[in-house]
Every structure is written in C-alpha cells, then in structure tokens.
Design a protein around this ligand. Structure first.
Ligand code: ATP
Ligand code: MG
Length: 248
C-alpha cells in the first residue's frame, strides 16, 4: 500500500505546487510509482507546473464525467509518474469526505506515493485531503513571520487527527523560499526551530529562494531539466532523501 502525503499550508504562494511537482518527479526518478493529485480543485496550477498539455487535461476532465472518474482521469506524465487533475470544483466538493477518501485509498494499491497538492485555505477541500492522507508536509516560507497561519493549521490538523483521521502524521515543517543572506530569514527560521523542531519536526533541508524554481512554474518544466545542477534542484533532491528516510 502506498503512502498518501498532503502538501498543506492553508496559505497561498508558499510553494506547495512546486514542491508537489519536484518531490513527485524525484521520487519517480528513484523508481517509486507516484501519483500527483491536484487537491487545489478550481485553480489547477499543478498541470501548468508539470507542463501537461492542455488537451490531455481536458480529455481527462471529459473522461471524468463517467462514474469511475478517479480511475479514468489519471494521466501519465512520465515513467512512474501519473497525475490526477482536478475536476470542476463543485463536483469534487459534492463527492464528500468519505467518498474522496475511499477513492484516493483505492488508488493506493497502484502507487508507492500519492502526493496531494492542497488548496490554499483550510476549507472543505483541504479537510478532505487531510482525512484521506497518512501524512502531511507543511511548507512555511522564511520570508515573513507566518506563525499565526501555522498555529491555525496545526489546530486544524490536530482536530482532524482527533475526530476524523487518527493516523494522520506530520512529516515535518519545510522551510521554503529561504534567502539566508538576510538576517530576517535567519531569524524566522531560528524561531521556527525553537518553537517546533523538538515537537513537530522541521526538515533539515530547506528550499532556497530561487529564480530558477520560479521560472519552472512559469514555463511548465521540471527543475531537474531546467537547472539540474542548481541549488533548488539539489534541495529538492535532499528533501526527497529525507522523505524516503522517514519511511517506516
Ligand atoms: P497557490 O496556493 O497559489 O497554489 P502554491 O503554494 O502552490 O501557491 P507555488 O505556485 O508552487 O505555490 O509557488 C508560488 C510562486 O512562487 C510561483 O510563481 C512559483 O514559481 C514561485 N516559486 C516556487 N518555489 C520557489 C522558490 N523556491 N523560490 C522562488 N520562487 C518560487
Ligand atoms: Mg498551488
């Protein structure tokens, strides 16, 4: 059975989609069967980041009109790497928590990792993903003090754990878009370590602020193709090793 990992923050623009795409590609390069799941139904950024041709997405959406839409909607991106695009947001919300969980769980038999790129809010779509997931990765930018948002997210996760999904684990907080040439970024990450490293856990790897990473989103290509020897690709590689080392 595969592991379902939600990339969740409750905030927009923290790098969730980029992390989902990069971690997913790296896991698939390492030989794992990976499904990237667009949990950000309505926005559909992940297809852009992945550079999936629009026609393929729309074919998948058409196919998703069928009853068995989860299975039919899966698109192959590369060897070992599949993608489940978001359908029209209203319809996905209609599915409801239990059914969503059942459908995603069924896909677990075919994959080693299912990564869910969560919506930038703590609404129903994110709760659905938290209920279906085994674990979450929480990206937190080192560009501003995101403590309030993080506290709210942690409360939501603990509510889901208590009431809806007892086995939900936090893989760790992932410091992102960090520019450690600035004291501000250093201070924020020091505060995060102090507050959360011993309790929740913070990935040793941080994702650096990188124009190259930003360009990937705009151009729809993988960081491993765009700048394979750069510091962003290296960070995603080390993050992947950490995720693999968490495997039980
Ligand atoms: P949303 O909540 O709006 O879906 P998100 O959390 O999925 O946003 P991304 O879309 O991955 O975030 O990233 C936000 C923007 O930052 C994009 O323009 C992306 O290209 C850019 N970006 C991603 N990673 C980095 C990075 N390491 N350094 C600089 N820019 C980045
Ligand atoms: Mg996104």
């Amino acid at each position: 059975m595969g592991e379902i990992i939600g990339i969740v923050s409750g905030k927009g623009g923290v790098g969730k989609t980029t992390i989902t795409a990069c971690l997913g590609s790296a896991l698939s390069y390492a030989g794992h069967r990976v499904l990237l799941c667009d949990g950000d139904f309505g926005l559909r950024d992940l297809d852009l980041v992945l550079g999936v041709a629009n026609e393929i997405i729309y074919d998948a959406l058409d196919a998703s009109e069928d009853k068995d839409y989860m299975d039919d909607a899966v698109v192959s991106i590369a060897e070992n790497l599949d993608f489940l695009p978001a359908s029209q947001s209203a319809r996905w919300e209609d599915i409801g928590r239990k059914k969503y969980k059942k459908l995603v769980r069924r896909l677990c038999e075919e994959y080693d990792y299912i990564l869910i790129d969560c919506a930038p809010s703590l609404g129903m779509l994110t709760i659905n993903a938290l209920v279906a997931a085994d674990a979450v990765i929480i990206p937190v930018p080192a560009a501003y003090l995101p403590v309030k948002g993080l506290v709210q997210l942690l409360k939501t996760i603990s509510m889901v754990k208590r009431r809806l999904n007892r086995k939900l684990q936090i893989e760790g907080i992932l410091i992102t878009m960090a520019d450690f040439r600035t004291n501000f970024a250093k201070d924020i990450s020091a505060k995060l370590y102090e507050a959360y490293d011993s309790t929740i856990g913070i990935f040793k790897t941080y994702i650096p602020q990188s124009v190259r990473a930003a360009e990937c989103g705009a151009e729809g290509i993988s960081i491993y193709k765009h700048d394979p020897n750069g510091n962003a690709a290296d960070a995603y590689h080390r993050l992947t090793l950490e995720v693999l080392s968490h495997e039980n």
